[in-house]
Write a protein that binds this ligand. Structure first.
Ligand code: SF4
Ligand code: SF4
Length: 433
């Protein structure tokens, strides 16, 4: 694709990076076939190719983002299915991330949109605030009928109340060192995450149990927290960078101290972002730039790490069929597709996959809160295809998907909870609900 940026525009490193991405696109349109929003809405402007044109026009003109551009970019899930499909290697993620930041800096959203986005950005990344908000949501659910269903804010608040769980499990993942059982074979940092440790603290518990049982010391580093993805995908550059920088500093301290063999991540939405820290900090001063690159190189999904160190079950298989839901951030964002299924099969489960496994379930960070109608339609499609496989339960590697698919008539657990169970851990609470 030809671009027409001026020399002055290209001095901006973000424009220069987007220019490279845009010039890779050959407009072939292959990506439209696997784009969930294009398949649902049928509008070229809700396809990757259409959005690429919109972003190109917006950036080249240098004008503030228009309402139309914002509409179509906001509808993008950042599921990255288009990146898997694209034969030319267009890095759509970097392009749309830049577009979201550009929109945030140049477009004044309606008051209710600004309010909601500000609240989400100041609550979700902080476990204590998120827990308090969920408790309030539980109490507020009885009054959901008071929210106007026709107003965008009312719709979104209703979606939030519907997603809030009835009860919250206790627990969390405080900083600390979990020593290896027996001789230490390795040492990793675990990203404890933000929303996940509130919604399902058992996922980190299972990860720590399994790794330490396999001889790996696990450190939850002091000072590490949200990976920054939630605010990054809202175009809120500064808080995203601040979160990422805190993690880089915390893990850097561990690297310089007792050393790290890996930074293990069990929420694939976070994994995609941490693996991109090298890019996010590409223009940062040294030593931050190099440190960010080092952190990205050490980041692995838990399924990659377990494959690397040789996971082996110790229990008799329970004879359960597991429908594996491949989170977009894992299959498209990180291209991790084989490991989770192979590990589940090794653990003794019969693994099945739904039709159209490449399509998003509609979770996508805060998408199901901000775009509840599209997200709801994608959820129903995903649940239909999962049910069609007649499984006993669903396994996924991302808390967003787990929350999105919960309540659909099948138990939903994290892959690691099943692997831990088959290697001596407790049976996941939801495995046979
Ligand atoms: S498949 Fe790739 S090259 Fe083709 S239109 Fe989509 S993004 Fe562009
Ligand atoms: S990220 Fe997903 S929703 Fe967005 S353009 Fe690509 S395929 Fe479509």
């Amino acid at each position: 694709m030809q671009t027409h940026f001026t020399a002055e525009q290209l001095r901006d490193p973000d424009i220069a990076a987007s220019n490279q991405v845009l010039r890779t696109c050959v407009h072939c349109g292959f990506c439209t076939a696997t784009c969930p929003t294009f398949r649902l809405l049928g509008d070229e402007l809700d396809s990757p190719r259409g959005r690429i044109y919109l972003i190109k026009d917006m950036l080249e003109s240098g004008r503030p983002a228009s309402e139309d551009v914002v509409l179509h970019i906001d509808r993008c899930l950042s599921c990255l299915s288009c990146m898997t499909t694209c034969p030319s290697g267009v890095h759509y993620m970097h392009l749309v991330d830049h577009a979201r930041t550009y929109i945030e800096n140049t477009y004044r959203r309606p008051w209710h949109d600004r309010l909601l986005r500000a609240v989400l950005a100041s609550v979700l990344p902080y476990p204590r605030r998120f827990r308090a908000a969920l408790a309030a949501a539980g109490a507020g659910r009885a009054f959901a009928w008071l929210l106007p269903a026709s107003h965008p804010l009312g719709k979104r608040l209703r979606a939030m109340l519907a997603l809030a769980p009835d009860t919250l499990p206790s627990g969390g993942t405080p900083p600390g060192v979990h020593p290896a059982e027996g001789a230490r074979k390795g040492r990793v940092a675990l990203l404890a995450g933000c929303a996940q440790q509130v919604l399902a603290p058992g996922i980190n518990d299972a990860t720590i149990r399994l790794l330490t049982r396999m001889g790996v010391e696990v450190v939850v580093a002091e000072g590490a927290g949200c990976c920054g993805a939630l605010t990054h995908h809202m175009g809120k550059h500064d808080p995203a960078i601040a979160s990422a920088e805190a993690n880089i500093a915390a893990w850097g301290h561990e690297i310089d101290g007792d050393g790290l063999d890996a930074i293990v991540i069990n929420a694939s939405g976070c994994g995609t972002t941490v693996k991109d820290y090298g890019f996010m900090f590409r223009t940062a001063p040294e030593p931050l730039r190099a440190r960010a690159e080092q952190v990205s190189a050490l980041a692995v999904d838990i399924s990659e790490f377990l494959t690397r160190i040789g996971y082996a079950p110790t229990r008799e298989p329970p004879g359960l069929t597991v429908a594996y839901h491949s989170a977009c951030s894992l299959q498209h964002g990180q291209q991790v597709t084989i490991e989770p299924k192979a590990l589940l099969a090794k653990a003794g489960f019969t693994v099945v996959e739904p039709a159209d496994a490449h399509l998003c379930c509609g979770s996508a960070g805060t998408y199901n809160l901000m775009q509840p109608e599209i997200a709801g339609r994608l959820r129903e499609r995903k649940l239909d295809t999962l049910r069609a496989t007649s499984p006993d339960l669903i396994a996924a590697g991302n808390i967003g998907c787990i929350a999105q698919l919960a309540g659909g008539g099948l138990p939903v657990v994290h892959t690691i909870e099943l692997l831990d169970w088959m290697a001596g851990g407790p049976e996941p609470a939801r495995a046979t609900d």
